[in-house]
Design a protein around this ligand. Structure first.
Ligand SMILES: [Zn+2]
Length: 258
């Protein structure tokens, strides 16, 4: 029996992250040719071991309420909507781009995946790491909500235009809710890669901040300034929240990979 308090444990979120990722990967694997031939795929993915693959092709996500009604009784995640699209533009993360969203109060987790490389093997490993990072990040926002430890609201949280304004982007990255969500996601990434937190953090900052800011035409000085300030806050938070674990400590994977 899953209790409410279960959802306040890190382990619960790690487990759920793995389960959702596994379902998405399974569904995507089954539909790989379809997606890479230029068809967007919308699907619902959910509980452990069950790779639901109900989808529609015309950009209309299918509600999984019926399938998840039992699941949802003991579980705050009612729906996971996944959209996969083939992508022709630049994708820095080795042929895959993953973005997540969590709509406050909705119990609705959204995952948007862009595939920019038809070679499944080349994409899959990178996809899984980014998928887990992203899902863990969004589940952390859910956790903030259900634990009652909510932070003050953001200003236009995550909107693309904020990336163009250095101060707003820095505000976004260093908002307490985002610090916690990003640190949780990066811990997940570090565990998967079996590397120290600091190494995973630096990789994340490179992929998500330096490359993005460079693409948007920011100066290297501005990018490095944002990275320096963000990095210090994330390291501090990691030390507080995962007390006893040193930033340089090697994570040992204790879970099965999808
Ligand atoms: Zn966030």
């Amino acid at each position: 029996m899953v209790t409410f308090n279960y959802w306040l444990l890190n382990e619960a979120f790690d487990r759920e992250t793995t389960q959702i990722s596994r379902a998405i990967v399974q569904a995507l694997t089954n539909n790989w040719n379809y997606v890479t031939q230029g068809h967007p795929l919308n699907m619902g993915a959910g509980d452990a071991g069950n790779a639901y693959i109900n989808y529609e092709v015309d950009g209309i996500p299918i509600s999984m309420d019926a399938e998840f009604s039992k699941f949802a009784k003991d579980n705050p995640i009612k729906n996971v909507f996944v959209t996969v699209r083939p992508h022709k533009g630049s994708i820095t993360q080795k042929g895959v781009h993953v973005a997540g969203s969590y709509r406050h109060g909705s119990n609705l987790l959204g995952v948007n995946i862009k595939i920019g490389n038809p070679d499944r093997n080349a994409v899959m490993n990178e996809l899984i790491v980014n998928l887990k990072n992203t899902i863990r990040h969004e589940l952390e926002h859910l956790r903030q909500e259900i634990s009652g430890n909510e932070y003050p609201p953001h200003v236009n949280l995550g909107q693309n235009q904020n990336y163009k304004d250095v101060q707003k982007y820095l505000q976004y990255l260093t908002h307490p809710a985002e610090i916690d969500a990003n640190v949780a996601g990066i811990v997940k990434r570090a565990k998967m890669r079996q590397v120290p937190f600091m190494q995973a953090l630096d990789q994340w900052l490179h992929d998500r901040v330096r490359l993005r800011m460079t693409e948007l035409g920011h100066t290297p000085e501005n990018a490095e300034s944002v990275i320096r300030q963000t990095r210090q806050l994330y390291l501090n938070r990691f030390g507080q929240r995962y007390g006893g674990q040193q930033a340089g400590q090697r994570f040992v994977a204790t879970h099965k990979k999808v």
